[in-house]
Design a binder for this molecule. Structure first.
Ligand SMILES: Cc1cc2nc3c(=O)[nH]c(=O)nc-3n(C[C@H](O)[C@H](O)[C@H](O)COP(=O)(O)OP(=O)(O)OC[C@H]3O[C@@H](n4cnc5c(N)ncnc54)[C@H](O)[C@@H]3O)c2cc1C
Length: 379
């Protein structure tokens, strides 16, 4: 496989890096996080103008038809700058679910507005006590003539408060044996309550309570009871994107740590002159490159319809990236000394984001278990 960037990808990467370096510095990011909205409208509009918001959406709905490797390019750069805007929720996860399984009317209504930055999506799937298990859905669907009534509680839904539509999963009567269906729920529908909070790494999440929320059959995404493959593919794309984001954050952490040890004086010289410190930097670099290789594998498999192969690649990547991220993060904090945990240092925020990426959509241990289960099944 050719891993070199095409001319268009090079141009996009250059303009994105320039934009983030000039317009999305550490102080700007802190202001956005402190603002409590989880998005800076001017930044989001700039992403739209650069073509990032429609980059991976289908061409017939004002997108550019990009693939998982294009998503990787964007997310790696977002990881370097610690972008908090809801690209993963709206474009990668929401956009790919609607593109893959939405009706023509849903695609026509929503995708062009994602591309122009006018509308946001959130994926309301995980529930309390479900851990990382995708199949744990207790939200109840009752039929009501041609309509449905949803009751349930979704937990830690990323970017829910600002989303125009929630993509909500549920089962008939909430029974674990019933197949899962997926619905588009308008954020201001009667019975939708959103309890928002901030995570350690500055992202906006919410618990979403669904109390007799009425949805019509036109709001169903995909066939009745046939949502699990749609959810799995969307989540796999999101995991591949997160792996890329982690690689970018590790790169930035390596750079900022290298700068720190070159300036921090101890025993009359920069601590970076000591060989033991140089060995640690080399180990961090190697761990990042290993993570990058796995992130490329996940990105290149993330569009595949071969479920088992795709899931295996994505879980292998998430497990390795989680382990690498922890090693790089902890080593960077140690090399920074006490400064590494202070709010003033960019490194501390990169470390927090890497820690949370490891937990999102299943941590390293969970995905290692998924890989070993898959191997046992196919043995
Ligand atoms: C918010 C905060 C709270 C703190 N609380 C406490 C506390 O409760 N108790 C306490 O005792 N201290 C505390 N400290 C101080 C902290 O323990 C020190 O920061 C720590 O000892 C590291 O020293 P340093 O920051 O000067 O790191 P640096 O001297 O800059 O060293 C950075 C890293 O390089 C390593 N290093 C340096 N020189 C060498 C060398 N020659 N060979 C190999 N490795 C080397 C160090 O081990 C460290 O990992 C606190 C600091 C902060 C910022």
């Amino acid at each position: 496989m050719n891993f070199n960037l095409t001319e268009e990808q090079h141009m996009l990467q250059d303009s994105l890096r320039r934009f983030l370096a000039n317009e999305y510095g550490f102080d700007k990011r802190r202001d956005i996080v402190a603002g409590g909205q989880g998005v800076d409208k001017a930044t989001w509009n700039a992403f739209a103008e650069m073509g990032l918001l429609g980059y991976t959406l289908p061409e017939e709905y004002d997108g550019l038809g990009g693939n998982g490797l294009d998503t990787m390019l964007v997310m790696e750069n977002f990881g370097r700058a610690l972008v908090v805007e809801p690209y993963l929720s709206t474009v990668v996860l929401g956009g790919s679910i609607i593109s893959e399984a939405g009706s023509d009317e849903q695609k026509q209504r929503i995708l062009p507005k994602i591309a122009t930055g006018e509308e946001f999506l959130a994926f309301a799937h995980y529930e309390p006590s479900g851990r990382h298990n995708l199949d744990y859905v207790r939200t109840e669907i009752q039929t009501h003539g041609d309509d449905y009534i949803l009751n349930g509680r979704k937990t830690a839904v990323f970017d829910a408060a600002g989303a125009h539509y929630l993509i909500v999963s549920g089962r008939r009567k909430g029974r674990p044996t019933e197949p899962v269906s997926l619905f588009l729920v308008n954020h201001d529908s009667s019975g939708v309550e959103i309890e928002e909070y901030t995570t350690h790494d500055g992202h906006r999440v919410a618990d979403v309570i669904l109390d007799s929320v009425m949805v019509s059959d036109d709001d169903r995404i995909g066939g009745r009871g046939q949502a699990m493959p749609i959810i799995e593919k969307g989540v796999d794309r999101a995991i591949a994107a997160l792996c890329a984001e982690a690689v970018g954050a590790m790169e930035a952490l390596n750079e900022t740590t290298r700068e720190y040890v070159q300036t921090r004086q101890q025993f009359g010289m920069p601590i970076g002159k000591f060989q033991v410190i140089q060995h640690k930097l080399a180990d961090m670099f190697i761990a990042t490159e290993q993570a990058r290789s796995m992130a490329i594998l996940a990105a290149s498999e993330s569009d595949s319809d071969d479920r088992d192969q795709r899931r295996r690649a994505v879980s292998m990547a998430k497990a390795l990236v989680g382990q690498s991220a922890r090693f790089v993060g902890q080593t960077a904090v140690q090399l920074h000394g006490g400064m590494g945990v202070t709010d003033e240092m960019f490194a501390a925020h990169l470390f927090k984001r890497l820690t949370l990426i490891n937990l999102q959509f299943g941590d390293a241990d969970y995905h290692l278990g998924q890989v070993s289960d898959g191997m046992l099944k196919s043995a």
